[in-house]
Structures are given as C-alpha cells and as structure tokens.
Design a protein around this ligand. Structure first.
Ligand code: NDP
Length: 280
C-alpha cells in the first residue's frame, strides 16, 4: 500500500493559524504587536527569496517584520552594532540574520551577539545548551517543524528507533537531540557511516538531511517506516527534489513527506511560532 503523504503546506497552515490567533490576542489584551528584524547582508539570490518569503509570512499572521539590507562589503563591526541596537529595541522581539554571511564576517561572532531571548533561529550557544537540558525558549525551526508535522499526523516518536542522516548544526544535530528529548532511541549517521542502508533499514522513523538528490531509495527503508525528507535539491532536469527517491520509497514507507510541500513550509511556520514564543 502506498504511503500517506505528510502535507507540509496543510500542517504549516495549521501552525500559522495558531500563531495568528496568538498575535491577535496579544494585541487585544496587551497592546503588543510582535516585531521580527531580518538582516540580509549582500545580494545572494536565494537569500533574497528566503527573506522575502519570511517577510510575507510575518505579514500574514500579524507580525511586524522589518528588513535590514546591507551591502556585501559591510564590516563585521557595523553588523554587530546593528544587532546591538536591535537587542535594545523593545519593538523587536526576534532577530534573524540570514545565512550564509559574506566570507569576511565571522558567523559565530554574529550569532553570539544576538540576545538569546531574541534568537528566533535558536542558533546561539545558550539556546543550543538549553536544548540539551530540554528547557528551550526557541527551538531550531527545521527540526521543530518536523516534530510538529509528526505530531499533526499523530506519529509518536517515544520508544521508536529514529535514524537521522546528517549531522549539521541546523538540522541533523538538533533533530537528534530533540528526538532524544522526546524519548526516541536515536542513531545519527553521516558521510563516514559504514553500511548506511543496513542502519537505515532498522529505522522506524528515518529523517534524511543530506543534500544529495534522491539518494535514499527503498533499499534504505524498512517496510512501514516513516520517512521525513529535509533535502532541497535540483534533479538532473532542474526540478526541485528531496534527498529521498519519493516515487520508489512511497511504496515502502507508511508515511512520507514530499519535496516540495513537506518540511520546507514547516520551517517558516516554526519561525513565526518562535517569534510568538519570545513573549509569555
Ligand atoms: P550539510 O551539508 O550541512 O550537512 C549534510 C550532512 O549530510 C552532513 O552531516 C554530511 O556528513 C551528511 N552526508 C553527506 N553525504 C552523505 C552520505 N553520502 N552519506 C551519509 N551522510 C552524508 O546540510 P544541511 O543539514 O544544512 O542540509 C541538508 C539538506 O537539507 C540540504 O539539501 C538543504 O538544502 C536542506 N535543508 C532544508 C531545509 C528545509 O527547510 N526544508 C532547512 C535546512 C536545510 P558529514 O558531516 O560527515 O560531512
């Protein structure tokens, strides 16, 4: 039987509606309009699209988004000064610096400069540390979006063997920790992992964040497993695709997230949710 498709657009719409309701309530009861500052340095095309999409999503739920577009040759000190100003600005609840930054700027220093309470990407050391303790203010958007999607489809991770392929700081590692916080048994795989298909076939839930088009075929999937595809790639025809070979795996899995329309929309929805979570 073909897998149930986990619809990221539908799930994200549900999250955005909840955020919208919270924004309305905050405005009505406390006169608060949430504000998100989005900083873009340089003119990278993909980053411009991401920033535009984030601004549009904010607008739709009633978050006031303010964009700061700085030229590619902006110095690190100038960027840190802007962050300092935004840290002190009461009307700004969240600060997001669109990555990657130009090479002459140290990303770690920039992330460190953001007030952890306004770090809506949850990239700061404090928020990473909080994740280890299971005491988060904000959670990284992509992994928390995946958990939200699993919840929406009533897929309980507790006691399940979850295999995460990829160990990046923004997806794989936080995903593993957040699954562990939810009582899953977690295996993390990466480019040096031996016999990847064998390990993957033991997964009840397989989360794939590799960045290799259609790498995961049904050979990697246990019949009935849940498969979450984080990848965003272009196939040989330039068409958007994930890390999972959707057409073959959907015949083996019980649930599968598509690309596009799976994890991607959840990431932005969780960003909005994080902005909301900055106020109690
Ligand atoms: P990175 O390139 O930072 O990490 C990729 C990971 O995959 C690394 O840990 C790497 O291992 C591992 N890997 C690479 N090749 C193999 C292999 N052959 N076998 C096993 N593991 C391998 O990528 P990201 O985590 O940032 O992103 C992954 C994908 O997800 C990309 O396609 C990206 O575009 C997409 N993405 C999607 C988002 C969304 O909202 N849907 C958000 C963020 C990312 P090693 O550490 O050993 O190098």
């Amino acid at each position: 039987m073909a897998a149930i498709i986990m619809d990221g657009k539908k799930t994200a719409a549900y999250v955005r509606q909840k955020v919208k309701e919270k924004c309305l309530l905050l405005k009505k009861e406390k006169g608060i309009v949430l504000g998100l500052a989005v900083i873009l340095v340089g003119d990278d095309n993909a980053s411009q699209i991401y920033v535009r999409n984030k601004a549009k999503a904010c607008e739709e739920v009633g978050i006031n988004s303010k964009q700061y577009t700085l030229p590619a040759n902006t110095g690190q000190e100038e960027l840190l000064k802007l962050i300092d100003t935004l840290n002190k600005d009461d009307k700004i609840n969240g600060i997001l610096v669109q990555l990657p930054l130009p090479k002459h700027i140290d990303e770690k220093e920039v992330i460190k400069a953001i007030d952890p309470k306004k770090d809506v990407d949850a990239f700061s050391n404090e928020n990473i540390g909080r994740m280890f303790c299971g005491d988060m203010i904000c959670s990284p958007c992509t992994p928390s979006g995946i958990l939200e999607m699993l919840d929406y489809y009533k897929i309980d991770v507790r006691g399940k063997h979850c295999v995460v392929i990829g160990r990046s700081a923004i997806v794989g590692k936080p995903m593993a920790m957040m699954l562990l916080n939810r009582d899953a048994t977690v295996t993390v795989c990466h480019s040096k992992t031996k016999d990847l298909p064998h390990i993957c076939r033991q997964a009840d839930i397989l989360v794939v964040a590799v960045g290799k088009p259609k790498m995961i075929t049904c050979e990697y999937v246990k019949p009935g497993a849940v498969v979450v595809d984080v990848g965003i790639n272009r196939d040989e025809n330039g068409k958007l695709c994930g890390d999972v070979d959707f057409e073959s795996v959907k015949e083996t899995a019980s649930y599968i997230s598509p690309v596009p329309g799976g994890v991607g929309p959840m990431t932005i929805a969780m960003l909005l949710n994080n902005v909301c979570n900055t106020v109690n």
